[in-house]
Design a protein. Structure first.
Length: 200
């Protein structure tokens, strides 16, 4: 996997998969066009993440909420615009995104990176996160789409802080991944109407 080339070692790893009744090329195209906020979970979690800040700085938090809340479709391009980097792609098979920063803080700090700098050791106090989408075709003809997320912390203190954060958000993170997969499936199957019967 291309993901192994960018983040072979990790402190945290999670994987989710879905079966899709559409041709692989249609599924891969849907990676770029699907609205990942398929169930409204992304927007809801964005608001929940900011709630603790209201008690400390209500006006500033309200301004941030209005200025940063997702408006319109949350596509792959939107995700990249919001701080993730396209690390690599094997067209039709796999795409890998990544970021470096302190994304466990109330106001996530994501640092600019590139495929080359991402392979280097992360600065102290930060962590690297990489996630991919991988396509394969099962023996019975279904297209299988898998997404894997990996996180590697730069030092022991950061690893401790991140594990505390991960304990609290792991279920929500998994829900977001499942929402993304469901969005891609819905988009691909709608675009591939009737073609799946010819693939099987």
């Amino acid at each position: 996997m291309l993901l192994d080339e960018f983040l072979p070692a990790f402190d945290v790893r999670t994987t989710h998969s879905i079966r899709i009744a559409a041709r692989p090329e249609g599924v891969y195209a849907s990676l770029r066009t699907a609205d990942f906020d398929h169930w409204g979970v992304l927007r809801a979690l964005f608001v929940l993440r900011m709630l603790p800040a209201f008690s400390v700085a209500p006006r500033e938090t309200w301004r941030r909420l209005r200025g940063e809340a997702p408006l319109g479709p949350v596509t792959l391009a939107r995700v990249i615009d919001q701080g993730f980097t396209l690390l690599g792609e094997r067209t039709g098979t796999e795409i890998v995104l990544g970021t470096i920063g302190r994304f466990w803080q109330a106001r996530a700090e994501l640092w600019p990176t590139s495929p080359a700098t991402f392979r280097e050791a992360a600065p102290q106090g930060t962590a690297k996160a990489a996630w991919n989408f991988v396509l394969s075709v099962s023996a019975d003809g279904w297209t299988e789409l898998t997404t894997e997320t990996r996180v590697l912390c730069a030092d022991v203190a950061t690893r401790r802080r991140f594990r505390t954060y991960w304990t609290g958000i792991r279920l929500f993170s998994g829900l977001i991944r499942r929402e993304m997969l469901a969005a891609i499936r819905a988009t691909a199957e709608a675009a591939d109407q009737g073609s799946y019967s010819r693939v099987r």
